[in-house]
Design a protein. Structure first.
Length: 244
């Protein structure tokens, strides 16, 4: 395939078909859905990094890398006669129309919260969830722990439970912190359970304060690194004496 100044959607599909074809790239040909999982995760995080850095040029590139992963999985599936790229596109188009009845039908949703509520109700019907327990169990275990905890909490709490849960979480955090010292003499599984509860309650509290726990922890980690670098770069006493 010759180089061009501007490529199309069809060009991209053809490139991927060539790469995993019989005479294609030795590395690309042996990839599977399983082997590509890590790359999809990595590329998504690189998109987030570009957004955080307000780097438009890098964002454009990283979005291309995410799109590459979508095409890669779709072309592999097509080769294995599982589904096609067109099936993926048809599926998401149908979903977006179905999940936006306030746009494509006669239902009403005046606020963003109304849209999210409708979305969840439509999703429950589509997936055949019988109760809220089914909804909680559907949250993927492969998500990062903080993100999964946040999603579970959002789906679990009804409006009338939120105020009680907030106060209860604050009280329980205090109790858990007080108990950690006494638990040091216990086995690791007890400590792990306590720390897990403490982290989960912290995520719960962040929900009520409208703070994203994943971003909050990322920022706290960055602050720690900056403080560490600052302290490490300070002249030591021995260095000071030698310089004098």
């Amino acid at each position: 395939m010759q180089e061009k100044e501007n490529y199309s959607f069809d060009d991209f599909k053809k490139i991927m078909e060539i790469l995993i074809g019989e005479n294609g790239c030795p590395w690309d040909k042996i990839q599977t859905h399983e082997s590509l999982k890590r790359y999809l995760i990595e590329e998504c995080y690189e998109v987030i990094d570009a957004i955080d850095n307000n780097d438009e040029e890098n964002l454009r590139e990283e979005l291309g890398d995410v799109l590459l992963q979508v095409f890669f999985h779709s072309i592999i599936a097509e080769k294995n006669r599982e589904f096609s790229l067109n099936d993926v596109i048809n599926g998401i188009c149908g979903k977006m129309i179905c999940r936006h009845p306030h746009i494509f039908s006669n239902e009403c949703a005046e606020t963003a919260d109304d849209v999210l509520l409708n979305w969840e109700e439509i999703k429950k019907k589509e997936k055949g969830y019988k109760n809220q327990s089914d909804v909680l169990k559907s949250v993927p275990k492969s998500l990062p722990a903080l993100i999964r905890a946040e999603k579970v909490i959002k789906k679990a709490l009804s409006e009338d439970m939120k105020q009680y849960s907030f106060k209860s979480s604050i009280d329980n955090v205090k109790n858990l912190i007080d108990s950690i010292d006494s638990e040091k003499s216990r086995n690791n599984s007890d400590l792990e359970s306590t720390i897990g509860e403490l982290l989960f309650l912290t995520v719960n509290i962040s929900q009520f304060l409208k703070i994203n726990p994943e971003f909050a922890l990322t920022n706290a980690t960055e602050k720690f690194i900056n403080r560490f670098v600052s302290v490490e770069s300070m002249p030591k006493a021995d260095d000071y004496r030698q310089s004098t």
